[in-house]
Design a protein around this ligand. Sequence first.
Ligand code: ZN
Length: 254
Amino acid sequence: MWDESRPIELCKNLLFTDKSGLNRMERIYSIKSCREIEVVESSKQIYKVVCRRWDQGCKWMMRAIKLKINMWIVGKYIIKYTCDMDTFNGNHFNLNVDLISLVLISHIESSIRYKVKECITSFARVYRCTITKRKVFLGRKRVFEIVYGNWDKSFAALLRYMAALQHFNPGTVIEWKHDRIPNIPEYIFIYVFWAFKPSIDGFVHCRSIISIDGTHVYRKYYIKMLIVIAIDANGSIFSLAFAICANAIQETWT
Ligand SMILES: [Zn+2]
């Protein structure tokens, strides 16, 4: 029985619980063998893959059938490749985002700052082959979505998060601003601003100069996160307010 957590060699009579596991296993196998394989038959009962260089005489193939017990079994299997090994320069045909994310998930779960360069090294250690920066970038992005959720879900959670902030910090002031574009049903986010009650109360004791600083968020949502601070009577930094805004226009900064 094939178990992804304890991989074994591909062999005749190996059992799989589903076709997707079978597909993933043959792709892993092809990458480790430095060969490319392709599916030539995939139906409810039969799954067959051959070497992509079959037209050069390579006979490698694997054929699995579905059993009545709803499992798949490797029936015919020709183990020997007669084609040459290749390096593929990071563009292996069978290497997809799902496979890359399998390698990276434990690393990114441990560290949100796991860099693309480190991903490439990890991948090379597991599969002993190179991978392009673009492919690893897409795999890394998929893992971030699996572990931390995607951009849309994170943004949707902001509303709930702000409501919780206000509930557990009574007196907190929150202001949202949205805009409408003709013929588009959704509201467009402009900014959300919030100030905690202790900050509001303490503001009168601060010196009369405030500072605003911000950091940029890139990629899909090109937004800014802003903080307003003042200096209190002890000469210490005193946070006054926070904001997330869509663009650094005059309206959002004031
Ligand atoms: Zn071959």
